[in-house]
Design a protein around this ligand. Structure first.
Ligand code: ADP
Ligand code: 5GP
Length: 210
């Protein structure tokens, strides 16, 4: 008897290290599925359509929303972002866990729709100065874009208390270990192990037969 796949939501202000940590978690557990979002924003250098995002025009994105194909969607930095529903439901049914790199608005929507299946994790930077220098070190955005992201960071950070888990990404290795610990523990929640009833019965029977 398989358990349903978990929906693991990772949120943070831009630059706190969510994509880096998501990639590490996926490398650690290849059964994890990353939810590739659709977005109307332009690809950054090195980003691949279908791997990092599904890059869409606004009319294409809006058509997906109208057709009910988005599990959640939100406007972030003037662009639309959303999580396609189909792959998530397929993974859940197969008992595979899905990792989402989405903002607080998306996190709230997924939690409302599927609360029991959701584990939400917020990643904080060690300081605002460090957040800005990480955004700059990524060297993928212009000064104006970075300034805009810093402004939005305040809004994103203000939502940390709505999450199940909160961790500070200071030392990257330690932050990764904390994430793995959360995932291992959540997978062992009793209600997520439907096969336990039968397993427990089997143990009792074994006792009786001794
Ligand atoms: P996000 O996905 O949250 O926007 P990224 O994962 O792209 O952030 O990280 C932003 C930058 O900070 C990247 O250059 C990344 O290598 C770096 N970074 C991430 N975590 C740490 C850390 N713990 N210490 C130092 N640099 C980090
Ligand atoms: P970026 O443009 O830096 O890749 O992402 C900007 C912000 O949009 C990040 O906070 C990221 O978590 C969020 N985001 C990415 N995909 C989605 C999505 O599908 N839904 C929502 N709600 N937010 C998303």
């Amino acid at each position: 008897m398989k358990r349903r796949g978990l929906l693991i939501i990772l949120s943070s202000p831009s630059g706190a290290g969510k994509s880096t940590l998501a990639k590490r978690l996926m490398a650690w557990d290849p059964t994890l599925r990353f939810s590739v979002s659709a977005t109307t924003r332009a690809p950054r250098p090195g980003e691949v359509d279908g791997r990092d995002y599904y890059f869409k025009t606004r009319p294409e994105f809006e058509a997906m929303v109208a057709a009910g194909e988005m599990l959640e969607h939100a406007e972030v930095f003037g662009n639309l972002y959303g999580s396609p529903r189909g792959p998530v439901e397929a993974a859940m049914a197969e008992g595979r866990d899905t990792l989402f790199d989405i903002d607080w608005q998306g996190g709230q929507q997924v939690k409302q729709a599927m609360e029991k299946d959701v584990v939400s994790i917020f990643i904080l930077p060690p300081s605002i100065g460090e957040l800005e220098s990480r955004l700059r070190s990524r060297a993928q955005d212009s000064d104006a874009v970075i300034a805009g992201r810093m402004e939005k960071s305040m809004i994103e950070i203000s939502h940390w208390s709505e999450y199940d888990y909160v961790l500070v990404n200071d030392d990257l290795d330690l932050a990764e270990e904390k994430l793995r610990t959360i995932l291992l523990a959540e997978r062992m929640r009793r209600f997520r192990q439907p096969w336990l009833t039968e397993f427990g019965r089997g143990l009792e029977k074994e006792f009786e037969q001794r």
